[in-house]
Design a protein around this ligand. Structure first.
Ligand SMILES: [Zn+2]
Length: 249
């Protein structure tokens, strides 16, 4: 017996399959990550035509059978196409990088309705923020926390001091800071300046509904995408490279 699931979904990837079909990776509100087949999606008169593009949010109907790896998409209606995001080369790579990251980290499942809503809020924020890279850093910071590796930026891991006038080291293993007096050649750590630390703290404390308003005024030294991707890769035990970011102008 198969059951019909109606759910909202973000399209992460859609690839051609055989003559006229598509295999689509979805992050759904109800089931988490799912792979579905959209039969005949490439035919001109298909009801799927133009609907299965990466980063579309759709309301869909899926015929699901436990015993099947690939579920069947029977209907998809666009709820949000993120048109302005897709049309801007300074924004699109960040949206695509989020889709790529989910596909690489979640194999299947990871159902979480709050996370699903958070994802859509992030894509909206990338669409409107004057500095979309800030939203992307925020997403990465919250994503590592969601996976259980929340960085603790409050105090030096060793002596407990909370001010870092000369900066400090972010230690991957503990996901925490060491001040210059306590850092004794710790492996896998990255030096952060005082303003890097200040900005990361501000980022971590920001509300996700207001993140599109956050502007970077400080002069920061660190590329936070590299920092957070290295940190994530360290904890997942394998390197994750986001090809979508190579599209940035
Ligand atoms: Zn210390």
């Amino acid at each position: 017996m198969s059951e019909l699931i109606k759910t909202q979904a973000l399209i992460l990837e859609s690839i051609r399959w055989h003559e006229s079909s598509k295999i689509v990776s979805l992050y759904t509100r109800q089931e988490g990550l799912l792979k579905v087949i959209a039969r005949g999606a490439l035919r001109k008169k298909s009801t799927f035509a133009g609907r299965l593009e990466t980063l579309n949010v759709v309301q869909c109907v899926i015929s699901q059978k436990e015993t099947r790896d690939l579920q069947i998409l029977t209907q998809a209606d666009i709820l949000e196409p993120f048109g302005a995001l897709k049309a801007d080369l300074h924004r699109l790579p960040y949206g695509l990088a989020i889709a790529e990251l989910l596909k690489k980290v979640f194999e299947k499942g990871h159902k979480d309705e709050i996370f699903f809503d958070f994802l859509l809020t992030m894509l909206h924020a990338i669409e409107v923020s004057p500095q979309p890279e800030i939203v992307f850093w925020y997403f990465l910071l919250k994503f590592v926390s969601f996976l259980g590796f929340k960085p603790d930026l409050r105090a030096c891991l060793s002596c407990g001091r909370t001010d870092f006038p000369k900066g400090g080291w972010f230690v991957f293993k503990e996901g925490a800071l060491l001040c210059p007096d306590c850092n004794g050649s710790v492996e896998l750590s990255i030096h952060l300046t005082a303003s890097d630390i200040q900005f990361l703290r501000k980022l971590q404390a920001s509300n996700h509904r207001k993140i599109h308003e956050l502007i970077l005024n400080e002069t920061v030294n660190t590329d936070f995408t590299t920092l957070l991707m290295r940190y994530l890769s360290f904890h997942l035990g394998h390197e994750i490279i986001l090809n979508a970011l190579k599209l940035l102008p």
